[in-house]
Design a protein. Sequence first.
Length: 124
Amino acid sequence: MSLAVDGHLADYSAHMRTFPTAPIAAASLIVGYAVVLATGSRTLGGIALALGGLWCIHAWLQRHGARTAATLGCVGLGLFVASHLLALVIGAWLSVLVVAGAMAWAAWVRADSLLSLQAGPSRT
């Protein structure tokens, strides 16, 4: 990597590998619920969930545009609601894990798996 005149790394983002959003999206749901259990505060759990979700939405917006970001954001919100309903049937933790897996799958299919296609053939 080369340094720019002002001391900042030039083209740093061009040399970085893009981090997939699927694990962050899934972990946001899991960590959000874990924070609620650990602290007893739904507000703190919501903040943890929101931070991860907003990071993912920002990444989807930058990489794939507003339509993908809105679609996956709505999928995440829908799965969050579904986890509460599903928890009545299968239990809270299992529900969170199921919807986290569904969110990871949706993020992978709709966004992350397309990154390698956009980048073209690899130069290994």
